[in-house]
Ligand binder design. Structure first.
Ligand code: AMP
Length: 223
């Protein structure tokens, strides 16, 4: 099963991708995480994209396509994958379609998480994560159980994303509306777009996504 989790920054794609990955044994391809890991490791790719990312701009398509193709070919992606943060432009979506066709794969669902801009700004402004294991937290809605200690790994170091600063967030939201939202009609025409209410709490969003995927499983069982 191959899925795109679609939506603006802060919509909860990463959170839901983590849950789906565990529930369905799919590989998670979160392009933002992959690029941040490259920056942290100091690799040549990281050096190429560091400044672009800090400004909230998009990394060139050729880099993104190579990154995704390389991962999709790995054995852990054979059962299926979840894309989070890719594609972000119609050109990337067309390149993805061409690549999947050449790999004899196809997309099953594009699941859109719908969230208001005001809520996105609130979510992004408060989010932080464990510097060691990446577990996500939020100033208002999800503090670690023991203050200053990561629930998942016990680390005491936390970090905030460079591009989560207010001035960069507005640029990223503007880029989403201008460049990424036009992908919705692209996937609606293909008949694979499903929209869920991303304003709901995490468990409720997961249940809505489950419902979408259950319909597909039933159709597959009956055919
Ligand atoms: P994200 O974690 O998805 O918000 O991505 C963080 C940053 O990584 C973006 O602001 C871009 O600079 C870069 N990035 C992630 N995915 C893509 C993509 N599909 N195309 C271009 N740049 C990307």
């Amino acid at each position: 099963m191959n899925i795109i989790l679609f939506g603006p920054p802060g919509a909860g794609k990463g959170t839901q991708a983590d849950i789906l990955q565990k529930q369905h044994s799919l590989c998670k391809l979160s392009t933002g995480d992959m690029l941040r890991a490259a920056v942290t490791s100091g690799s040549p790719l990281g050096a190429q994209v560091k400044d672009i990312m800090a400004k909230g701009q998009l990394v060139p398509d050729s880099i993104m396509i190579d990154l995704i193709r390389g991962r999709i070919q790995q054995p852990d992606c054979h059962p299926g994958f979840i894309l989070d943060g890719f594609p972000r432009t119609v050109a990337q979506a067309e390149a993805l379609d061409a690549m999947l066709t050449s790999e004899k794969k196809k997309l099953d669902y594009v699941i859109e998480l719908q969230v208001d801009d005001a809520e996105l700004v609130r979510r992004i402004a408060g989010r932080f994560s464990c510097a060691k294991c990446g577990a996500g937290y939020h100033d208002q809605s999800k503090q670690p159980r023991q203050p200053g200690v990561c629930d998942a790994c016990g680390s005491r170091e936390f970090t905030r994303r460079e591009d989560d600063k207010a001035e960069t967030v507005s640029k990223r939201l503007e880029a989403y509306h201008r460049q990424t939202a036009p992908l919705l009609p692209y996937y609606r025409t293909q008949g694979i777009l499903k929209s869920v209410d991303g304003m709901a709490d995490i468990d409720a969003v997961t249940r809505q996504i489950d419902q979408v995927l259950r319909v597909r499983t039933k159709v597959a069982e009956n055919s």
